[in-house]
Design a protein around this ligand. Structure first.
Ligand code: PGA
Length: 251
């Protein structure tokens, strides 16, 4: 099954309004000719609508870096799916390892966020990934299975078809240490097989699974050549137009 590649840039807690608008404009310019792949940017909340505005005539998709399960209310510091949509967003990154590790979000909370996004029509990008300790202890696949099963609890087959999964080994994020193409492919194939068990093969075959963790201009081609790697979630290298433009133009 042929899946449309999805290249996503996660800006994390970077960029002022002016920096974000410049970066978005540069990325818009270098992606205008790309019609065989999807490009997505996840800027900080403070610049979501500015970036969406700068890119309104482009085909770049906008996502938030997290999302609450409620539409509005007393949730200081959170952002609702409706707010994301009204700012021009169509997707939300959920369960990023920095949210899990630094802010103690567990699978249960991640699952609530996934349902919140789906209920209000945002595409959830569910992030999963093991730590170095878990990998070295032979626990990587058990951890991934738990994150997938618990993160997707109660998600219907129909909704699953709309989702994106991102495999991001924690030890590869921001460390410059990328998983080898074999390690990444093995994890992606594992996740796809698990999705086929939980849903149906057709659905598992249609879900895009992105790799994240020190993706850069030098490794993107070989990662994207793997059978079960359908895209990339890029952090550091998405903050410079030069490198992100080369990444999204991968061959
Ligand atoms: P990195 O971040 O590319 O800087 O490793 C990836 C991510 O956290 O999504």
């Amino acid at each position: 099954m042929k899946r449309r590649p999805l290249l996503a840039g996660n800006w994390k807690m970077h960029t002022t309004v002016i920096e974000a608008c410049h970066l978005a404009a540069e990325i818009g310019a270098c992606s205008a000719h790309l019609d065989d792949r999807d490009i997505l940017l996840a800027p900080p909340y403070t610049v979501l609508s500015e970036v969406a505005h700068v890119l309104k005539d482009s085909n770049i998709l906008i996502a938030s870096q997290n999302v609450c399960w409620e539409q509005e209310g007393a949730f200081t510091g959170e952002i609702s799916p409706t707010m994301v949509k009204s700012a021009g967003g169509v997707a939300a990154i959920i369960g990023h390892s920095e949210r899990r590790r630094i802010f103690h979000e567990d699978n249960e909370m991640v699952n609530k966020r996934v349902h919140g996004a789906l209920r209000f029509g945002l595409i959830p990008i569910l992030c999963i990934g093991e730590t170095l300790e878990e990998r070295e202890g032979g626990q990587a696949f058990t951890v991934l299975e738990g994150q997938v099963r618990e993160g997707l609890a109660g998600v219907s087959p129909d909704a699953m078809g709309k989702m994106v999964v991102a495999y991001e080994p924690v030890w590869a994020i921001g460390t410059g240490k990328t998983a080898s193409k074999e390690q990444a492919q093995e994890a992606h194939a594992f996740v796809r097989k698990l999705l086929a068990e939980m849903y149906e093969k057709d659905i598992a075959d249609s879900v895009r699974i992105l790799y994240g963790g020190s993706v850069n201009v030098d490794n993107v081609n070989e990662l994207m050549a793997q059978a079960d790697i359908d895209g990339a979630l890029v952090g550091g290298a998405a903050l410079k137009a030069e490198s992100f433009c080369r990444i999204i133009n991968f061959t």
